[in-house]
Design a binder for this molecule. Sequence first.
Ligand code: PBG
Ligand code: ZN
Length: 321
Amino acid sequence: MFRTRRLRKNENIRRLVRENKLSVDDLIYPLFIEEGENIEKEIASMPGIKRFSLDRIKSELDEVAELKIPAVLLFGIPAAKDDSGSETWNDNGVIQQAIRYIKKNYPSLYVITDVCFCEYTSHGHCGIIHDNDVDNDATLPNIAKQVISHVKAGADMVAPSGMMDGTIQTIREALDESGFYQIPIMSYAVKFSSAYYGPFRDAADSAPTFGDRKTYQMDPANRREAMLEAGYDDLEGADILMVKPALSYLDIIRDVRNEFDKPVACYNVSGEYAMIKAAAEKGWIDGEKVMMETLLSMKRAGADIIITYFAKEVAKVLKNS
Ligand code: PBG
Ligand code: ZN
């Protein structure tokens, strides 16, 4: 009889035949930077995750560096919002200041910026509003302005998350024309219109004040369409393709992995984090084990890179194992 149990006999043989491993090298840690002073405020629905003003962020960054997490993904919360989100391309805006601070004090930390408008617009949508909807082509030039401002401040990579058609081509051209041909783009290529973003919208103060994001983010029911989204971003020159959210979309991660040879990232989003934290707090699950198993499932599905609020915790577990 063929016996699959032979190679499960003890931890050493299990280590030898283990197909997938989590590593600190896989992780990107999101950071919420709020304009102002003396802010260090835990997000109620995301235990352990805080909004920081720049003057309070040092110990957080020290920890990230000490744990050898390779990269951070920056989200900004500006002091003032307007119709177009014009603070996003202010060279002295909260994110631009954060980039300069991090690159000056932690030069080897890789800095990726989220490129969108929803934290910066008075209406909370991811672009310019015309006729009660986000106007795709009116938004594109503003995306280019935002990207150039981030990169001038020293960002190593940009990650557009607004799901406007033509985003990647617009950004690639803007970067190349400005001499930033070496700056890569991590595209939120397949981003679903998901209820799993709930806690993030509190964290980043970015909930839409009317309607929803269903005219630009993808329908959670669609799988073939994900290949269209990823395919055009690939053609337009995305360097890394991301799937978001991760946990309920492992099939999509696998599809993208099989179809494209570029690195695949996934975003273990705020709701996925909050569910594990809440159940663990209640004592209903072993939070650390479920965290590791969940992130491992993303690797197994085919992700090379995982953006996760668990990054520091995972790095600590891996360090001690
Ligand atoms: C906005 C943006 C969202 C997230 C990252 N960038 C949410 C949204 O579309 O409302 C979600 C991240 C998370 O839930 O952790 N463009
Ligand atoms: Zn947005």
